[in-house]
Each structure stands twice: as C-alpha cells, then as structure tokens.
Design a binder for this molecule. Structure first.
Ligand SMILES: [Fe+2]
Length: 435
C-alpha cells in the first residue's frame, strides 16, 4: 500500500498511522435531524452554542425546533465571540457549568464550535485554564477522558472544526493565538447541511474556501508520518501525525473540487451546486487535516490574526479590527508553498494539478512557482487581500510576526522543510504582497 513518500522513514520513525474517523451526516436539510441524534446520544438537557448574528437565523430555528420535538431541554448560549479569546472561552465554560447540561450542540462557524469544545472540556474536567493549552504556552496536559456528547453543525464551508480535536483562541495577555489539541475534543457527531451556505457573503465564502484549500495542501505536503518519532504508547500518537495515505485521499478530492468550484461559489450565491461542493470539500479537508495536521501557513496565521491593526473586512462583524482565519492563513500560503516545494516537489505539483494547472511539462524545480502562482491567481479572482500588506501590515512588522509564530512548533515541525527563525522571516517577507 505504501508509496514512495512513506518509504523514506526515520529509523526511530513511526511505522503506523491511526485514523480517527469523524462521525458525519452530510446533506441539504440534515439540521432537522439534530433532535433525534441528541436523543439517541442520551442527552436530556443540551447547551446550544451559537453567536448573536446567527441566533435569529433559520439554521438555529431548525435545530431548536428539532430539539424541542424530541423532548430535549435546551439551554441557549448566543454569546460566542467570533475569533474567541481566553476570556470568551471562560464565559462559555461558566455558562456550561451553571446550565448543568449533559450534552452540547454548536451551530456556527469555527469560533462557535471551538467555544463549545472548550466549554465541554472545562465543565467536564475542571482545571486551571492554561493546563490543557498547547505547550509551551500552556501546560499541554492530557485530557483525562471522554467528554460529554457534542453535535457540531457548521454554518460556514471552512474551518473543518467539526472534524477535528482542536480549539483555537486568542490568549489576550500574549496577543497570540494558540489552542487546545486533543482527540477527546473531536465532536461526537457532525451535522453538515450545505444549505447554510446560500446566505453567506462572497467574502466569507472566499476566505473559508482558502482555509479549506490550505488545510488540504498543508496536510498533503506535511512531513510523512514515517518521519515522525514513534509514540511511546499507541495512545500517544498525535492527531497531527503528518501526511498519511488516508488523509491524502481527502486532500486530493478537496483540492480538485476547489479548483472547479471556488470562483463560481464566491461570485454567485445562487449557484447551489458550487456552494454545496465547496461544503463537501471543506468536510473532506477537515477529515484529512484532523488526521494529518497543518503546517506553516496555519502556524504563521496565528500572529497575523493576533497582531491585527486596523483591518475590518466586509461580511464580518464590524466595530473591532480582525483578520478572519481563512485570510490570516491564505496570505501566507503562496509564499510558504514556493519554499516548501524543496521538501517534496512532486506533492506540490500534484496540488497545482488538482487546482487546475497543466503540469504536463513541469518538473520538480518548477513545482513551488507553479503552485504559488495558481494560489495568487485564485486570490485575485476572488478579491482576496494582497498578502500581508493587504490585511494592514508592512515590512517593519515582520520581526513581530516571526516572534509570534515561533512558539507554534506543533505546526511548524509538521512542515516538509526545517523552519527556524531565518526561514520564518523569509516566509513572511515573501508574503508581504503578491501583485
Ligand atoms: Fe484553518
């Protein structure tokens, strides 16, 4: 079964990979199944997590009606912050503690799903907040056991949070994004209803799709699992185990679908086929990166989002500057893949081909340029910001962006090339502007 990418193993490298399958229902209208699923999971009183922009939508109404019909008691929390912080996570935990629930359902984007994961974790296994946060910023201690059931209902075609065991937030005192990563955080069930995409603004569809695109490219080009140290016990094998044959399947198909449907889905809200296919691509890439892990574009995105100055994009909550997750990743991606192609040029060429480039006459030396150029072409075609300058940074900000990303070793070490301070500086400099 193994192809050559996995044959180049470290002597101390892992010789197996694990697949933690997400339990998914996908299809138009499936939010109506929420009540029956919650009942089947044994939930009697459920916390419904959402945000103030979504709480009045038909998506939340459908879920609430379904829960009511199934006879499940509901505690509604609509105070989730978009781009959550340690403070907003703690507010969600307090709500969960006070509400005394035996299950969770999240209806929203990655911020909502991640907040529900944190509320579930800390209300089930109370601890000091930083204890479960990834080292070296936090203690990185293991989650003690299974959490309460959590049904995740994504309302954007992007983060893939419904398929992963990761919860990301801004740690305010450090002005840095970090997260909690444990297989235990993966939602018990995901209800993925592509009808939710019909009302999304073009800018949100584009930013979310670039997040998906980067999940797939990062997982596919990640260091192979055979070059990661073997775990001391089977249970210590991380979700970020590197590229593996299972994740490869989802990455290839996700990239092919994005190559076909990205521009259509962004520019025409009535193009149901394109928007549904982007949701399916998001699901596939979520399953893939939930078992492989991302690398440098995501590692670098944390400081791009955390150090935001005055960027306020259309289609997102106004009043406070923010670089939405997909944009904070995407501005780095062309620069990163131009550099990382040295680690596995064939995989970068595969990525370019799936995204629509004719690679027939291209060799390994042209892989990084071909992939990076295609990404830039897609960014221009969907009116995305022109690199770091497009989201409010300038060259003088590069040292601070580097400092903010250096602690993200879990992600940086998953890249196919070594990434030290010097390389990271070159990657940010290469991401300043693209056209
Ligand atoms: Fe992401």
């Amino acid at each position: 079964m193994l192809c050559s990418y996995y044959d180049v193993a470290l002597e101390s490298g892992d010789d197996a990979f694990s697949i933690d399958a997400s339990n998914i229902t996908f299809g138009p209208g499936c939010l109506r199944e929420a009540g029956d699923i919650a009942k089947n999971l044994g939930i009697k009183r459920i916390a419904v997590f959402t945000d103030d922009a979504l709480v009045g939508t038909e998506h939340v109404a459908t879920v609430l009606a379904s829960l009511n019909a199934a006879g499940i008691d509901v505690a509604l929390y609509d105070n989730v912050r978009v781009e959550p912080t340690d403070e907003s996570f703690k507010a969600g935990v307090k709500f969960a503690n006070d509400a005394d629930v035996d299950g969770f359902i999240s209806v929203g984007g990655g911020s909502v799903i991640d907040t529900a994961k944190a509320a579930n974790l800390y209300s089930t296994y109370p601890a000091e907040f930083l204890d479960y946060v990834n080292a070296p910023i936090g203690g990185g201690i293991a989650v003690p056991g299974t959490l309460k059931p959590h049904i995740a209902c994504p309302t954007t075609s992007g983060t893939g949070s419904e398929c992963t065991g990761i919860a990301v937030f801004d740690l305010l005192e450090m002005k840095a994004k970090t997260g909690i990563a444990s297989k235990m955080l993966r939602p018990t069930r995901a209800l993925i209803d592509p009808n939710v995409t019909s009302t999304l603004p073009a800018n949100v569809v584009a930013a979310s799709a670039f997040d998906v695109l980067s999940h797939a490219l990062e997982s596919y080009t990640a260091r192979p699992y055979t070059q990661r140290p073997a775990p001391a016990t089977p249970f210590m094998r991380p979700s970020s185990q590197g590229a593996n044959p299972w994740s490869d399947l989802g990455c290839g198909e996700a990239l092919r679908l994005i190559g076909l449907f990205l521009e259509r889905g962004v520019h025409d809200a009535t193009d149901t086929e394109a928007r549904h296919q982007l949701m399916w691509a998001s699901t596939l890439a979520g399953i893939a990166f939930g078992n492989a892990g991302c690398h440098a574009p995501h590692g670098m995105s944390y400081s791009v989002a955390g150090l935001v100055k005055d960027f306020c994009p259309h289609g997102y909550p106004q009043g406070e500057p923010m670089v939405p997750h997909g944009m904070s990743v995407m501005v780095n991606s062309p620069s990163v893949f131009r550099h990382t192609s040295a680690g596995n040029p064939e995989r970068h060429l595969d990525g370019a081909r799936w995204l629509g480039v004719d690679t027939t006459d291209l060799g390994p030396a042209e892989a990084g340029r071909a992939l990076g150029d295609r990404l830039v072409e897609l960014m221009k075609a969907t009116n995305m910001p022109n690199g770091l300058i497009g989201v409010g940074y300038e060259a003088a900000d590069v040292p601070a962006l580097v400092e903010g990303s250096l602690p993200q070793r879990r992600l940086l070490d998953n890249a196919p090339i070594e990434i030290d301070r010097e390389v990271l500086t070159a990657l940010y400099e290469g991401a300043l502007s693209y056209w």
